[in-house]
Design a binder for this molecule. Sequence first.
Ligand code: FAD
Length: 565
Amino acid sequence: TYDYIIVGAGNAGLVLANRLTEDASTTVLVLEAGVTDENVIPVIAPFLGPSVTPDTPWDWNYTTTAQPGLDNRTYPYPRGRLLGGSSSANYMIHQYGTNEDWDRMADVSGDAGWSWNNMKQYIARHEKFVVPTNGQNVSDEFIPSLHSFTGELQVSLPVWNQTIDSRVIATTQQLAEFPYNEDISGINNDMLGIGWAQSSMVDGERASSSTSYLASANDRPNLTVLINAMVTKLLPINTPAGARTFRNVQFSDARTFSVTPSFQVQATKEVILSAGAVGTPQILQLSGIGAPADLEPLKIPVLINNTQVGKNLQDHPLLPNIFSVQGDLSLDHILRDPAQIGAAIAQWQANKTGFISNNVVNNIGFARLNASVLDQFTDPAAGPTTPHFEIIFADFWLDPVVPIPSNGSYFTILTALVTPTSRGSVAIQSTNPFDAPLINPNMLDTEFDITTMVESIKAIKRFAVAPAWDDYITGTVGTLSGTSDADLEEHARQHTTTVFHPSSTASMAAEDSNDGVVNPDLTVKGTTGLRVVDLSVFPFIPSCHPQGPVYMLAERAADLIKATH
Ligand code: FAD
């Protein structure tokens, strides 16, 4: 037995593994279905991040259900399946959300501990900002006084410039609609405007929860991390009355894709689910914790009746908008040529330089809807300074739906909806834990969501006619050329997929509320001995790239758990 069993060595799980084993007398077992991240070049090399998924040994290789809002298309739904979880598979952009995002979580949960004023202490504990040492001038790319240089996870700035960077920044000087934001992390209570992406990387390599929190705790004798260990079910311990106690965990060898032989371990204090927004509701449902409508057809006895498990799925829809550009200054001609990519990887391996040592994206921005559009809706943002959509700049053809043409140079301005009102679900479709659950993000289901996507396209078209682009952009590509709202709606429905941010499938609600799956202290309602610590507990998806909020959540969760025992 162990004091704590953590299910999932992902973004959140490894933060807990580290913090809970700081006390040498506390024993922790982490069970991870995936493989090691050691020596996996696509995981380590920043620019190769997009090749870690989909359809690889490091991905769960899920696919969504047909999406009515997206012309009934399905699309891959990547989730990291290795040490570090999705923090080892993601695109490394690092932010913390708006103060309003956190204050809303405090309001919804009735726990002031989730408010921004309390949560920002965890940024200091978490972040280890590293200024690039390759001579880049980053003096106006971030505000040092906001950041921490002493935490666990390395966060840094671009180390290689794309052709578009200076034009993006020049546009912020030319168009008042797109102001420059000197620090886009959110720490300054200001995420609006366009700035330099901060990324979880250091010295030309990815930083994940595995390379940071696990690496610094791995030598502790009180920490055991087991890979290839697929958790198949939680089993209740007979308790005389009241809440059921779930401290037994059943797992099997993930490589066999078979539930037999199966193994059982018991936690003396708690089991903590950190299996992510797909894995966590799947395990709860397999264990009889969920909606009778989901469990009874599969003949799973309902041990805890909670209709919210797997519901309330939220994600950020992502739309590529592609422009054709002059000459061969974009990265496309390199990305089409295996010999040039090979040479760039060799350079990276030799001395960690070149574009492979850098993230795929250098600049990002956030904006709100115009008041005249917003007036038609109840504003779903957490507050008046929280953005509705994001703008992401890429120096090449970046469309997950349409492959790059064999010639031409391109500039992609992606837009993402960060305050969606559509709600989807995750539901098991069989009692076999190795069967993927049905994942229905239900994208662009609401009038607000499609209107905001259309407005985001209009915004980036205004951006692209700034003088900075006069001698660069030559035209729009494909359905982006449409001019009416109906045309742009069709463009959005045909090209939108995901920024890979599923959340909220085991939402937090107030202790006395009938809503939600977990209490404000992250214990699963109606149970003892069981908590959820991952992105699935956020009642509303954060309005930013969510790995930072996951790290903050897990840091506080460690404090809550330590205070209980
Ligand atoms: P995860 O980190 O996914 O951890 C869950 C872990 O549980 C995994 O290791 C999984 O293998 C394991 N697990 C699941 N089921 C079981 C089981 N039954 N038994 C045992 N183990 C199990 N966010 C950003 O902030 N910036 C970005 O640039 C960014 N880009 C992204 C790009 C991609 C391709 C992806 C996939 C995600 C991206 N994200 C990004 C999102 C971000 O990485 C995730 O939201 C975050 O890491 C989720 O953390 P988590 O702890 O909730 O889950």
